[in-house]
Design a protein around this ligand. Sequence first.
Ligand SMILES: Cc1cc2nc3c(=O)[nH]c(=O)nc-3n(C[C@H](O)[C@H](O)[C@H](O)COP(=O)(O)OP(=O)(O)OC[C@H]3O[C@@H](n4cnc5c(N)ncnc54)[C@H](O)[C@@H]3O)c2cc1C
Length: 328
Amino acid sequence: MLNNDCDLAVIGAGITGLSAAIGAHFRNPTLKIKVFGFPFDSNTAKKGELRNFPGWDEIIGLDLIQGVVNHTDKFHMESMIDLTHETAKEGNQELNKEIKIIEKVDSQVTAISKTNEGFDISTDDSNVKARAIILASGRPDLKYSIKGEKELEHKGVSHCAVCDGALFRGKKVCIVGDGNIAARGALFLHKYCRKITILCPNSQFDCDSKHKFKLLKSGKVKVILNVKNIEISGAQIVESVKFQVENEEQTISVNGVFVELKDKPDLTLFKNMNIETNDQNFIKVDQKNSTNLEGVFAAGTVRGEMEYAPVVMGDGYKAGVNAANFLT
Ligand SMILES: Cc1cc2nc3c(=O)[nH]c(=O)nc-3n(C[C@H](O)[C@H](O)[C@H](O)COP(=O)(O)OP(=O)(O)OC[C@H]3O[C@@H](n4cnc5c(N)ncnc54)[C@H](O)[C@@H]3O)c2cc1C
């Protein structure tokens, strides 16, 4: 194996990918693992505090990801010391030299292809060979699916309530979205905004009961269901939103629109590898997080797992252990 190559490449350095690296490393500390991506650009880092994380009622996402990043560094060093001790005791200097670590590569993966020996992974400035890969690239935000969204971006249209909410102090705003993501956005905006309308494209607003209760209690949040054909308008900045509910047109005047919609996973990176997806375009895996292609594993929201940090961390960890078993 060349210096730059690795046994296992993890694509995506969010909470799922980092947990996968920890799981694989714990299972077999002699594997050379590379994790590609930017931990501080993941959802966990960007979206404020996480609620109901076992052990903490509330934890700042940035603190959680920082903790996991620190863990990957400290953890491999401890394991190396243990293993060095064992191998030194056995006088096995060769194995001692072979001990590898988890390396974080701050680069976006631009292409992956299958080779006879494994996989070629390209970034803008490097090419790496790996014997197995774990896809943990999450789901991107859905952008520009609404009329007026692009034209009025940064002029009242935002894609992150937590990042930009404070700019709308005392204003009337709406959130386009569903579930915990929209509910969390509304509960955050509730601290700043005068009135919040959630425009939900579905027939039910599917969020946790705890969020629902807080939204009801706030008295400032209204949810409108079955919203279709949304159009954001304004001459220089956002002034109003027009939409249809069961063929009836409505317009509300607002100063801000937060689009908090999630897209399907972006699978263009893997399209030449014929990885099977399910009918909702999520990567299909078996109970060991293995895809139809030998040596390719997937975990977290990219394979349709629930948008809860503890769930995707467990899924990533499991994929890591299974990938290490495959490689060992
Ligand atoms: C608004 C919001 C609020 C949430 N609140 C909570 C909460 O209160 N409690 C809770 O438990 N959970 C919460 N979650 C869910 C939790 O944060 C997600 O489950 C988690 O972020 C998913 O993690 P992930 O690692 O699978 O994906 P992501 O966080 O999306 O990470 C994937 C990473 O892969 C990177 N990537 C993609 N393509 C490439 C590539 N080609 N090369 C390199 N890197 C790539 C992305 O840039 C990203 O950094 C929330 C999520 C959101 C969006």
